[in-house]
Design a protein around this ligand. Structure first.
Ligand code: PLP
Length: 453
């Protein structure tokens, strides 16, 4: 394991680029228009290329690397498990799989004793929806505009952002609704309380007009992730819960991005006074060291399958290497007080610094977030709130935000940008010094955005 940055190696750089561009077909990309950075290694909150450049990782890759690059406990757990039992099929019982399921149910609310393991987030959502449909006997699912739920058939249909457009119709039984987004309210509300109230009225009308007798589930990201770090206003999630109860609908909380520490809770909904029926997770459960996701199932729903077979499964469900990394994740979280650390760094370091940036940079429309999950929303005009780049901008239209990202990279920070936003989502193990250095880099890079105002 290399934990220090090696010297530049331009021959390897060229070889990696040649193999990648020659043979790897990349996600979400026009293949001839991309130039992926060849990555040589990483440690903690930093990774580096073959050309001698290192980057502070403010994206946690795809917001999955909660315990950072090459965490020694996770690497050791995977190595130990590989030496003992590298794989075993899911119909057999296994020690680490059971250990991890027990630990997950212990941090979930009372009455969630069972976990169904998947390979990632999309198939977790896919299977949660399947459970809801089987239990209620109702097929339709409601999900939010401005959401991402994954890239399999039903998960991409649930998604309420442009990634769905080229893939529809995949699952005809999905309808979308507007969730709360106070800064760009669909309901012309003037306070978070009013936003919650009006968003709930809209959701109830959607339920009535789509037909409560046809709707098996409502799925939502507890805190909307790639579509803007949208924190639900007070009362919204309990209101969704009440509507689900009123109309016999299963409530699914997609915790794939925010679960396991990103906002300082095991599950983000634990900060919002609500208990869903099904909880989906992936990413942070083991930082993506080996692919893993799953569904935490309320006992009420699980009991439906006590004597009726659940018609679903995956060859690698509960893979021992992935589960070993999950068990190690729990141990690190508990030993190192990760949840407390995330809340502390969010409140004490990130929140005041982003507020200071908002006061200084005319291009900042709003900053919002919690824990180590924040968005800086960039605008051309604070009065009109015109976004710095148009919705779904590409190419020349996206240039202002691309220029901010380029300035960050030049200064040694790997940013997470999406449409008109810069997100702050570093590994949860980032040191305070690194966090401050990263925020300094973003602060300086936003001078570039100010030039477009
Ligand atoms: N749900 C949410 C909220 C996500 O952010 C993602 C991925 O970013 C997914 C589901 C899909 O997870 P995966 O890519 O592991 O299938």
């Amino acid at each position: 394991m290399t934990l220090t940055e090696p010297a530049a190696d331009l021959d390897t750089d060229a070889q990696v680029r040649a193999n990648d561009r020659g043979h790897v077909f990349h996600s979400w990309s026009a293949q001839a228009l991309i130039d992926p950075l060849p990555v040589a290694g990483g440690a903690g909150s930093t990774f580096w290329d073959y050309a001698g450049n290192s980057y502070l990782d403010f994206s946690s890759q795809l917001v999955n690397l909660n315990l950072g690059h090459q965490h020694p406990d996770l690497v050791a757990a995977i190595q130990e498990q590989a030496g003992r039992l590298a794989t075993i099929q899911p119909a057999l019982a296994n020690d680490v799989r059971g250990d991890l399921a027990r630990r997950i149910s212990e941090v979930a609310p009372e009455g969630f004793s069972k976990v169904f393991f998947t390979n990632g987030g999309a198939d977790a959502n896919e299977n949660a929806v399947r459970m809801a449909r089987l239990v209620t006997g109702k097929r339709k699912v409601l999900s939010m505009y401005r959401s991402y739920h994954g890239n399999t058939s039903t998960a991409i249909t649930l998604t309420g952002d442009p990634r769905r457009w080229a893939n529809e119709p995949a699952d005809g039984s999905v309808a979308h609704f507007f969730g709360p987004y106070a800064y760009r309210s669909a309901f012309h509300s003037s306070s978070p309380e009013q936003e919650a109230e009006r968003a709930l009225e809209h959701l109830e009308q959607t339920i009535v007009l789509e037909g409560a007798s046809t709707i098996g589930a409502i799925i939502l990201e507890t805190v909307v992730g790639t579509n803007g770090v949208l924190i639900p206003p007070p009362g919204y999630l309990p209101g969704v819960r009440a509507l689900c109860d009123k109309y016999g609908i299963v409530m699914i909380a997609d915790e794939v991005m925010v679960g396991f520490g990103r906002v300082g809770e095991w599950f983000a909904f634990q900060a919002f006074d609500v208990v869903p029926d099904l909880i989906t997770f992936a990413k942070g459960i083991n930082s993506g060291y080996v692919p893993l996701g799953g569904v935490v199932i309320s006992d009420r729903i699980a009991s439906h399958f006590d004597t009726v077979s659940f018609p679903g499964g995956l060859t690698y469900s509960g893979h021992p290497l992935a589960c070993a990394a999950g068990v190690a994740t729990f141990e690190v979280f508990q030993r190192d007080g990760i949840l407390e650390r995330v809340r502390d760094l969010g409140d004490r370091v990130v929140a005041p610094r982003l507020a200071a940036m908002a006061a200084k940079h005319p291009s900042i429309g709003e900053v919002r977030g919690m824990g180590l999950f924040w968005a800086i929303e960039l605008v051309r005009d604070r009065e009109t709130r015109e976004p710095l780049v148009p919705f779904n901008a590409a190419g020349a239209d996206a240039a202002p935000v691309a220029a901010v990202a380029a300035a960050c990279k030049k200064a040694g920070l790997w940013p997470f940008t999406h449409f008109n936003r810069v997100h702050v989502a570093p590994p949860l193990v980032i040191t305070e010094d690194e966090l401050v250095r990263g925020l300094d880099i973003i602060d300086a890079a936003l001078d570039v955005a100010d030039e477009y105002v």
